[in-house]
Every structure is written in C-alpha cells, then in structure tokens.
Design a protein around this ligand. Sequence first.
Ligand code: ADP
Ligand code: MG
Length: 262
Amino acid sequence: MVKVEVTQLSKSYGAREVLSEISFHVERGEWFCILGPNGSGKSTLLHTISGVERPTAGEVHLDDRPVQRIQRKALAKSLAVLHQDALPPLGFTVREVIEMGRYPFQNWLGREPGEDDEQMVERILDWLKLRPMEGRTVDALSGGERQRVALGKAMAQEPKLLLLDEPTTFLDIGYQVDMMDRIRKWQQECGLTVISVLHDLNLAAQYCDRLMLLQSGSIVGIGKPEDVMEAGLLERVYGTRPYVMAHPDNGAPQILLGRGDV
Ligand code: ADP
Ligand code: MG
C-alpha cells in the first residue's frame, strides 16, 4: 500500500507556471480524485506523481521515498497508470495485452511467465469478463471493451498505487458505472490507493473518498465530497452555477446543470 505526499509542488513549462505550490496527501487505501476545468493542470500533476515529469519545485513522496529516487523497475511494480487515450497497443490479442502487465516482474533475460503469472492472467480474464474475446486483437474491440482490457493490464501489474486519467470519458453510462464499480471493488479488496482525474463531478462524488478541485494550477477546494461540491465554489471555478442535491440512494452530493444565459 502506498501513501502519497505532495509538498509545495510547482511545475512550469518555460515561463508558464502550470502548477503552483500544491500540497496534499493521500492515505493508503484511499480513493482520491482530482477535479478541475480543462487546462487546470490535472494531467501534469498525475505525471509528476508517477515520476514521468520532474517538478520545477517541491517534491512527491511515495511511502516516504522521493519518487524521483525510486528506480523505474521498482516503480513499475508498485504503480500503474491508466490514461484516457493510452489504449492498449494495437495488433495484440486481449490475452497478450493482459500478459504484458506481468513484464515488470520478469528478469533481464525475459523469463517465461511462471505459474503464478498464468493464474493471475486467467483470474483477470474471468473477473473482467474478457474470456469470450481473449483471442481477439484489441483493434477489433469497442471503446468500452478496450478500456476494460487496459484496466486488466493495469491489474496484472498488481500495483499498490493506481493513477487514472479520465478513465471513463469515452464510455457510455453503462460502461462508466461498470468501470467505477470494478475499480472500487479492487480498491476495497486489495487496499489499493487510487488517485484519479475525473471529468464527471457526480461520479467523483459517489465513488471517491476525497476530492480536490484545481483552478489554474492551484488548489481551490479539498475535502469530502460534500465540502467540495458546493454551488458557489463550483460556479467560481466553472463559470456556471449548478444545483447541488443529495443522491436518493446514498446521499452523495450530485449536481444538476441549469441553462446558461447566452
Ligand atoms: P488538464 O489535464 O487539467 O486539462 P494539463 O495538465 O494537461 O491540464 O495542462 C495544463 C497546462 O499545461 C495546459 O495549459 C497545457 O497546455 C500545458 N502543458 C501541458 N503539458 C505541457 C508540455 N509538455 N509542454 C508545455 N505545456 C504543457
Ligand atoms: Mg488532462
């Protein structure tokens, strides 16, 4: 399990500051969500947490170790990243893509997958209901099915920290809920730490333990969904005032959009 600590993190591209002095922490086993308008720095923040981007100032610690000092291979064993547009490589079958998730566990000679690896691939194929299409290449799948394969590849990595960048954006509502349910089950059963960027405030408020709202690279709200899903704050950030009401099933704050006046 991984605890994430972000301290006074800033990131600039040239003279342009994209993130300014961001500090927050994510507990082990927590599902933490980053929200904010387009261009507010969400993906950049995720990239600095995963060690792909170097911060201009400040630090990211995973379990008290600076992420920049963790070796790539060790990082690949504890962290999986699921991008919205990073679809599994085309030309490979569903089974092959899931097996790729085990690569960080092979030695430098590229040993053959062991029994454990094979059993895990079988379990994932079943759990994600990918068995009927295991021999098909991912090119021949729908967007939703492909996302499920990408999730399967991430699961095969057995990460302790899962980073998700808008995993549901291109999915219809059925697939969206299916994806979120599977991630929650995985999070709860394995004590996985999840940091996700989501566009959909309503999904975020229903599934995530805490939300953080970014605007132009600064934190403007952080806390439990009911603290962040507040009409005045959302209006200041998004420029439109939503209605906020409790979900009839679980009480999570949910928004309804009013009409603009253009
Ligand atoms: P979000 O994910 O919230 O939409 P991003 O983190 O992708 O926002 O981008 C934040 C800002 O940083 C944007 O204005 C974007 O153009 C800029 N940006 C992102 N990556 C780079 C890069 N590699 N070089 C220069 N500017 C970048
Ligand atoms: Mg983004």
